[in-house]
Design a protein. Structure first.
Length: 373
């Protein structure tokens, strides 16, 4: 269906509104909505933290009576099922809107075309496909979780020019500058969870929180730790009662270690193990998706990065590269991967490249952004 420049402009605004909620709305998608009456914007909304209220609800509340006979631009099919709130499709019908323009159908079995069908049955003109490529990128995490039972995974690496994450002695603070670190915190905030391996947790004793941006709702902090070796005295464990800490562990983790970390407030997720005894990342991500996570931001280290890449589970590569070299004895950003021909290696497509202070930020995407398993 052809959409004119005005439709695309209003939908672009709705998409930008929806992106404000990324990392804040799981298990719901982060949707944006704009209501337009006679060329004037009368209502705006985006999914709120925790997943409610929905975008359409807020936009309708702002529009009030001006929603009658208006056009609604929404970045995902309006919901058609009763949850904690009535369906958005019913609210749009009750408000008397005349036209709904959406990007893509919602693949959630509770919706799956029913929202659009309900609107059409009420005599509302429904048009789909406006800026659908951008919508698929914005909703990639939700789409992957519903269609492929795993979250969207961003792998972020901050490295020297020669691909090292620390010197031989383990010194890594700071390879990149403060501008890159600030953007890194912003990227954390746009994901439902921040993931690291147990090696990074032990070496850095990080908090994995979003800082310096005035953001209150923190992402889940995820540690992949097959033997539950994380110390209860670590900063992650000590703050587990205040900020969510989930640990993906193997079957062999001892009862004593499970009890000690559970007592700190950590949520323990038992996962299958690979032949090497490490966590099977396919199973781990499937379990995280079942809980409701849409988007996971992995910050390493090398073993977990290699595991995710080898299993084809990385959807986005985010690199911060600094203008210094650490040499061959520095610690590589990515650990050993199974041998295969160069032609068989997964390639990513460069989407963005820019300077950030003294460093370079480059973002690479896999294609397609999501797929049916």
């Amino acid at each position: 269906m052809a959409f004119d420049a005005t439709d695309r402009r209003f939908m672009a605004l709705a998409l930008s509104l929806g992106r404000r909620g990324l990392g804040q709305t799981w298990p719901n998608p982060s949707v944006g909505a704009v209501i337009v009456n006679k060329g004037r914007i009368v209502g705006r909304g985006w999914t709120q933290p925790g997943g409610r209220p929905h975008a359409e609800t807020l936009a309708l509340a702002e529009a009030g009576a001006a929603a009658k006979d208006a056009s609604v631009y929404v970045t995902l099919e309006p919901c058609a099922h009763h949850g904690q709130t009535p369906p958005c499709a019913d609210k749009l019908i009750a408000a008397g809107v005349s036209r709904v323009v959406s990007t893509i159908d919602d693949p959630d079995p509770r919706v799956a075309g029913q929202g659009h069908a309900r609107l059409k049955a009420a005599g509302i003109r429904v048009e789909t496909g406006c800026l659908d490529d951008q919508a698929k990128r914005d909703h990639a995490g939700f789409l992957l979780r519903i269609l492929s039972a795993r979250p969207f995974v961003s792998l972020k690496l901050a490295t020297s020019f020669d691909g090292r994450i620390s010197s031989q002695s383990g010194e890594s603070q700071w390879i990149t500058g403060p501008e890159a670190r600030r953007i890194g915190h912003l990227m954390r905030s746009c994901h439902d969870a921040v993931m690291i391996g147990c090696g990074t947790a032990k070496a850095d004793d990080p908090m994995l929180t979003v800082r310096g941006l005035g953001i209150e709702r923190q992402p889940v902090r995820l540690v992949v730790d097959s033997k539950l070796s994380l110390s209860p005295e670590s900063r992650l464990a000590k703050t587990a009662g205040e900020i969510p800490l989930w640990i993906c562990h193997g079957e062999t983790a001892t009862v004593n270690r499970r009890d000690r970390l559970s007592a700190c407030g950590a949520r323990l997720i038992e996962c299958a193990s690979s032949r090497s005894g490490r966590i099977d990342m396919i199973d781990a991500l499937a379990q995280l998706a079942a809980i409701g996570l849409n988007r996971v931001y992995c910050e390493g280290g090398g073993e977990i990065a290699a595991s995710l890449l080898a299993a084809g589970l990385v959807d986005e590569l985010i690199g911060f590269t600094a203008g210094l070299a650490l040499g061959a004895d520095g610690i590589a950003a990515i650990g050993e991967m199974p041998q295969s021909r160069l032609a068989d290696k997964q390639r990513f497509i460069l989407r963005e490249c820019q300077t950030v202070g003294p460093d370079i930020l480059h973002i690479w995407s896999r294609q397609p952004a999501y797929h049916r398993s």
